[in-house]
Design a protein around this ligand. Structure first.
Ligand code: SF4
Ligand code: SF4
Length: 53
């Protein structure tokens, strides 16, 4: 998953991830590739389209 520079670290994406694969820190997002099943819920929920594959 790629995060664009306009991400505001709101945590919406982490909140919908069914596998807890996203950790939101103060100024970064961490993706655990092993947990991700590529459902793309995080991409769809981001209010500013900051995520892409
Ligand atoms: S939902 Fe979008 S803006 Fe919010 S933390 Fe996730 S990627 Fe960043
Ligand atoms: S694609 Fe699905 S499983 Fe992977 S990080 Fe996004 S919400 Fe979580």
């Amino acid at each position: 998953m790629k995060v664009c520079e306009w991400c505001m670290y709101c945590g919406e994406c982490a909140g919908v991830c069914p596998n807890n694969a996203i950790e939101v820190c103060e100024s970064s997002l961490r993706f655990d590739k092993k947990k991700c099943n590529e459902c793309e819920f995080c991409i769809k929920v981001c209010p500013i389209n900051a995520l892409s594959r």
